[in-house]
Design a protein around this ligand. Structure first.
Ligand SMILES: [Cu+2]
Length: 336
């Protein structure tokens, strides 16, 4: 006995399909699952995410909907002891459910490949530093086997994302920042100015060139708002190139389980206007020069205690004579 699908059922199926498609398209764009996109590249990555979310929502509705519908509609009725109809294979259906996912996976792979290429992920010369010892690998390609072909003494291997051909044409030099991951902090060094900081400050609208390494174990440098993640490997240099296009504070997270306190290995990325960034940089340079000048380690035994304390005393509003008196008092307190 074979039931034919009547016209009203066909219309219901069609309308349900249209509603599910429209909902999937809407949810793909409005799921709110991603944090703000703080760079051009981030919006492109979000495009792939939206597409995959749309497809996944459609599939979820289709499969769960059919399951739920069948479970209710074709449930066993009271007193019905008969078997279900013996169905063995359906060639058109099997061709359809093989062909459609194949086409979808191919589309997504071509699309993501294109985005990865635009972001500079396929650029073998990801690093602009010339020199025979510098070899670049594209991100995502495991270099283990190729490494054996090189001199084991070489230090600089860049695994990079971001130095795309388009970006190389830009006249402005990217701002270099050295990133060092240690248990359990990120240390940022600005080679241009010598500034060392525990927080990352970057000017908006400028190419950034991060050279990433690790001091102890494997870490992963992750900028969720930039949709960028890069391995931090001891003894090897990896790279990230990007351009922040939104002023704000963003998170820097370690995304590789690196020890007991991996969970606290977080800091802040401040994307600032060029003026604000310049101001911060100046401040840091002055503060660090001051610290170096006044630190005991830099000037061992070359100054008397009052000389050494003078800048601090001045800041606290203590007179130099008071300082001399204070210096004399320990003998008095020691005799107590
Ligand atoms: Cu870590």
């Amino acid at each position: 006995m074979r039931k034919t699908v009547n016209t009203s059922s066909r219309i219901t199926i069609l309308l349900t399909g249209i509603a599910a498609t429209l909902f999937s398209l809407w949810y793909g764009q409005n799921n709110g699952l991603l944090p703000v996109a703080a760079s051009e590249d981030a919006s492109q990555v979000d495009g792939i995410f939206s597409l995959m979310m749309t497809v996944a929502t459609g599939l979820f509705l289709l499969i769960q909907g059919a399951l739920l519908f069948s479970a209710i509609k074709f449930r066993r009725r009271k007193g019905d002891e008969t078997d279900g109809p013996p169905i063995a294979g359906n060639v058109p259906l099997e061709i359809a459910w093989t062909a459609i996912p194949t086409v979808m996976v191919l589309l997504i792979s071509v699309y993501s490949f294109d985005v990865y290429n635009t972001m500079g992920g396929l650029d073998r010369e990801a690093s602009q530093d010339p020199g025979p010892q510098k070899v670049s690998y594209r991100s995502g390609q495991h270099p283990g086997s190729e490494l054996l072909a090189f001199d084991p003494g070489q230090k600089y291997l860049a695994l990079g994302v971001g130095a795309s051909p388009q970006q190389k044409e830009e006249p402005e030099e990217p701002l270099p920042v050295e990133v060092n991951g240690i248990q359990y902090a990120w240390i940022f060094t600005y080679p241009d100015t010598g500034v060392v900081s525990g927080e990352l400050h970057l000017p908006v609208g400028r190419q950034i060139d991060l050279k990433i390494t690790a001091g102890d174990v494997l870490h992963a440098f992750w900028l969720p708002e930039f949709r960028l993640k890069q391995d931090a490997v001891p003894g090897r240099e990896t790279q990230l190139r990007f351009e922040p296009n939104r002023v704000g504070e963003y998170s820097v997270v370690c995304a590789e389980l690196c020890g007991a306190y991996h969970g606290v290995m977080k800091t802040t990325l401040h994307v600032q206007t060029p003026e604000e960034y310049e101001h911060w940089s100046q401040e840091q340079q002055i503060a660090q020069a001051d610290k170096l000048e006044n630190s005991v380690a830099a000037t061992p035994n070359s100054r008397s205690a009052s000389e050494f304390l003078a800048p601090y005393a001045e800041r606290m509003g203590v007179e130099s004579q008071t300082l001399e008196q204070l210096k004399a008092s320990p003998t008095a307190s020691a005799s107590n």
